[in-house]
Design a binder for this molecule. Structure first.
Ligand SMILES: Nc1nc2c(c(=O)[nH]1)N[C@H]1C(S)=C(S)[C@@H](COP(=O)(O)O)O[C@H]1N2
Ligand SMILES: [Mo]
Length: 353
């Protein structure tokens, strides 16, 4: 299809902004600088919002607690064991021989600061885990899964959380085999949860009867890591903004002058419900205006949004954005709180006369 050409077009439209690799708290960054391109000329309303914005693999954030592991796919096995009736050992060929699904999903680190770069959207390919779990038959005493990576990473989820058809053994990202950094040959994807629950270099799923926490969970990060309803401003006019660069000064005239209108654009995501609206406030939360948004078919893919703000007077403004679903509104709380980048980023905008 035209996905490749769409990608190319998006790349042409996007500016060369180099994002900063920033993190607060745990989940140490890799030291690479992902470039989360988000510089579409969205002020031009004749440029439609794309259905999908995919981050190229080379620019996708990488989050690993250790070094990436080089796994030999021929030697690689996935064990499903512990408290199961029928322990299984799967080869990559068996996983590739099962029916495959392609799906868009946005991966985000729970430590991503508001507006930060530890988030990316990709087209993944893999097969449902459920039939394999049904073959293995979890014993009634099992309460949780411990998911193991070849790097000795561990993360845990309740038994029922993996017994869902949308949980997949994934081996491709953006139509190519997973790279070493992203978990080659196979990672698990559990939609609706932060990246912490998406183990790379997956080697074992262990059903356990005594709950045990994984690596980040033991350091005090959320045990459930469910993605809350959240939106983030990423761009104000030409400026990429995030929690450590939240001050924007704009002149009245010129190319990017505020008298021509100000572009505010970003993304939004929820655990499982479609984003129904994204609202922008130019006055610290007193008045809210609805942004234009796309409507991705899956709620697990980010929603793209933009708002053309047309201020009339110079002055100082506090710009906010919040996301809504049918049942939830993003609360206006501290953008720096731990556990899930859900806070609302406050952008200080100065418009000069
Ligand atoms: N085996 C393993 N899986 C892992 C991790 C890890 O360190 N080791 N990090 C997790 C975290 S904290 C995140 S945010 C995502 C990031 O996935 P990515 O590097 O493909 O973007 O992988 C998760 N899976
Ligand atoms: Mo993470």
């Amino acid at each position: 299809m035209q996905r490749r050409s769409l990608l190319k077009r998006l790349l042409q439209l996007s500016g060369g902004f180099i994002g900063a690799n920033l993190l607060v708290g745990g989940c140490e960054p890799q030291g690479r600088s992902p470039n989360l391109m988000f510089m579409l000329d969205l002020l031009d309303s004749t440029t439609p919002l794309p259905d999908h914005l995919v981050i190229p693999v080379g620019e996708f954030y990488v989050q690993s607690y250790g070094l990436p592991v080089a796994v030999d796919a021929q030697q690689w096995r996935l064990e499903i064991g512990g408290a199961v009736e029928q322990p299984l050992t799967l080869t990559l060929d068996e996983i590739l021989a099962a029916p495959q699904d392609d799906f868009y999903l946005t991966m985000e680190c729970i430590g991503n600061p508001a507006g930060g770069d530890q988030i990316g959207n990709a087209l993944w390919r893999g097969t449902a885990l459920l039939p394999f779990l049904q073959r293995a038959k979890v014993k009634p005493e099992a309460t949780d899964w411990l998911m193991h990576g070849a790097d000795y990473y561990e993360t845990n989820l309740p038994v029922a959380a993996l017994l869902r058809p949308e949980v997949r053994l994934v081996h491709q990202m953006n139509q190519a085999p997973l790279t070493k950094e992203h978990g080659y040959p196979v990672r698990l994807i559990v939609p609706g949860r932060f990246g912490q629950k998406q183990p790379k270099w997956l080697v074992k799923l262990e059903a356990i009867a005594q709950p045990k926490r994984g690596y980040w969970e033991r350091q005090g990060w959320s045990n459930t890591a469910e993605i809350p309803t959240h939106g983030m401003i990423r761009q104000v006019q030409g400026d990429r903004v995030w929690h450590r660069r939240h001050t924007v000064t704009l002149a009245k005239t010129g190319d990017r002058g505020w008298s021509r209108g100000i572009l505010v654009a970003g993304i939004a995501l929820d655990q499982q419900r479609p984003i129904q609206a994204v609202e922008v406030s130019p006055d610290g939360g007193q008045t809210w205006y609805q942004a234009e948004q796309n409507r991705p078919p899956s709620p697990h893919e980010w929603t793209l949004w933009r708002y053309a703000w047309r201020p009339e007077n110079p002055g100082r403004y506090t710009l906010l954005a919040r996301a809504k679903t049918a049942g939830s509104t993003q609360p206006l709380e501290d953008a720096e709180r731990q556990d899930g980048s859900a806070g609302v980023l406050k952008i200080d905008v100065t418009l000069t006369a």
